[in-house]
Design a protein around this ligand. Structure first.
Ligand SMILES: Cc1cc2nc3c(=O)[nH]c(=O)nc-3n(C[C@H](O)[C@H](O)[C@H](O)COP(=O)(O)O)c2cc1C
Length: 471
């Protein structure tokens, strides 16, 4: 790592009460139960922008956690991502009170037609002036499948196969339907859009059929910044082809390094550069003006955290009902169809129910970094140096206190060390993250679906043959 490698920061949140660090909503200073108010979100957005955060990343699920004890009782009592509201609908309000903050929005593609999702993201990309990203998730909950009228989910790897085709449809819509220059907006000649430069998308695939025009005109980034979080072999292959940002939640630094190296190798295999992806690792930071106060705060938080809720959440991630096991009994994982990487990690480490409960002392699975601003900065820098990650996905603890502590204490420390920006770069989220153009780089698969030229037959032919060669 060069001494001045800039650390990227996302805040990790969800439109619900309990996200990762379960139980903390009961802390007297926590305001997570205000998630229904727009001011709650605009306040968070302002704080994050004050701290020059790159983005607010909003998770989502469209099912419930019903694996633990085979029901939703603990899930409801502890509010483990239930109730949960739509993440996308938060973004316009937060964009209106900020200038630079990016927004990574999770949408599960399994239950949405690509044609409609393409327009929703284009709309947000316009309204945010190019500050939107999409966290592509393929889902891991049978409860979601059942709620949508299916008996179960597609098998793990096939979910990614379908996602590959989904992305192809989206690239055709976002990149290929409207040429640059198609929109004239010319009152004098009465031409809003030039018909020769707007193309009908015809896609006939295994999972999707589309015959239509992208409904939205080209937005600043066209394709939103693509985030992804799968760490299985198939998940990494998918990321290597499509993802620009990847989230990982490894159990330690050694596992993180392995995961980052494997991911970057997948990018190279897909004809991209190893640093065409920014990797974010999940972390929970608890800090205060000195180490003693930070440790006291951590102990105070722990008294409100729920280890059992952490276990119920993890049960849904691995698909294993831990309530059926004695505290010290070995756990059988079998063929995982939920988050394969989470199940494999737990299996390899041989974690028992007791060990998992010990691990979830802050109610969740992310490693806690506790200490003064200098200690936190040391630890963040060591993650960057030893694992090759680019930044952090900071899970919330007590809200908004944890954001304010980080912004007021850790951000200035990182700035002083020259490893964190002191001002935002101009431009879209993509150009801020990569220092390049607003649009996907030419070496990304999505770029091959572009139409160039003035709608000529030659240009159309060239684009079609480029698209066919990558399909
Ligand atoms: C940091 C992180 C955040 C994730 N956020 C979500 C999410 O918000 N919604 C969701 O359905 N899945 C989420 N997932 C699950 C992934 O999208 C993916 O389904 C999972 O990692 C399974 O992929 P794998 O088996 O390839 O690892 C997340 C995973 C990680 C590691």
């Amino acid at each position: 790592m060069s001494a001045s490698k800039q650390i990227l920061l996302n805040a990790f949140n969800m439109n619900c009460v309990g996200h990762i660090n379960h139980g903390l909503w009961t802390h007297p200073r926590d305001e997570s139960t205000s998630y229904l108010s727009i001011e709650h979100w605009t306040g968070i957005a302002r704080t994050l922008e004050r701290g020059l955060f790159d983005g607010l990343f909003i998770a989502d699920i469209v099912g419930v956690y019903d694996v633990y004890r085979g029901n939703v009782d603990v899930t409801l009592r502890e509010s483990i991502q239930l109730p949960v509201n739509d993440p996308m609908l938060l973004v316009s309000a937060m964009a209106a009170v900020t200038q630079h903050l990016g927004f990574g929005v999770t949408v599960n593609l399994g239950y949405e037609l690509p044609y409609l999702l393409a327009r929703r993201f284009s709309t947000l990309d316009h309204l945010t002036r190019g500050r939107v990203g999409w966290n592509i998730v393929t889902g891991y909950l049978d409860s979601a499948a059942r709620a949508m009228g299916l008996s179960e989910q597609l098998p793990h790897d096939e979910r990614y196969d379908r996602a590959d085709e989904y992305l192809e449809v989206l690239y055709k819509l976002w990149e290929g339907s409207w040429e640059d220059g198609a929109v004239r907006r010319d009152k004098a000649t009465r031409i809003y859009a030039d018909p020769a430069r707007v193309h009908r998308v015809q896609h006939h695939g295994r999972y999707y059929q589309v015959d239509g025009y992208h409904l939205a005109e080209p937005s600043p980034q066209r394709t939103p910044v693509l985030f992804q979080a799968g760490s299985s072999g198939r998940g990494q292959r998918f990321a290597g082809r499509h993802a620009e940002c990847v989230f990982i939640s490894p159990p330690d630094k050694a596992a993180a390094k392995k995961s980052v190296d494997a991911l970057r190798a997948q990018l190279v295999a897909a004809g991209r550069r190893p640093d065409d992806v920014k990797v974010f690792v999940g972390a929970a930071v608890v800090t205060d003006s000195n180490e003693r106060l930070a440790r006291e705060k951590y102990e105070d938080y722990k008294r409100h955290a729920s280890r059992e809720a952490g276990l119920a959440h993890f049960a849904a991630s691995t698909g294993v009902d831990y309530s059926r096991y004695d505290l010290d009994a070995p756990i059988a994982y079998g063929q995982a169809n939920a988050i394969q990487s989470a199940a494999r990690t737990a299996e390899q480490r041989g974690w028992t129910r007791r060990q998992l409960l010990e691990l979830f002392e802050l109610g969740g699975r992310y490693p806690a970094i506790v200490g003064s601003a200098a200690q936190v900065a040391d630890e963040l820098q060591s993650w960057i140096a030893e694992t090759g990650v680019d930044g952090f996905n900071l899970s919330r603890t007590v809200v908004p206190e944890s954001y304010e502590d980080f912004v007021d204490l850790v951000v200035p420390e990182l700035q002083q060390r020259g490893v964190y920006k002191t001002a935002y770069a101009p431009g879209t989220l993509r150009s801020k993250l990569f220092g390049e153009a607003d649009r996907l780089p030419a070496r990304h698969v999505g770029a091959s679906f572009r139409r160039t030229g003035a709608g000529t037959a030659e240009a159309r032919e060239a684009a079609a043959s480029a698209a066919a060669s990558v399909a």
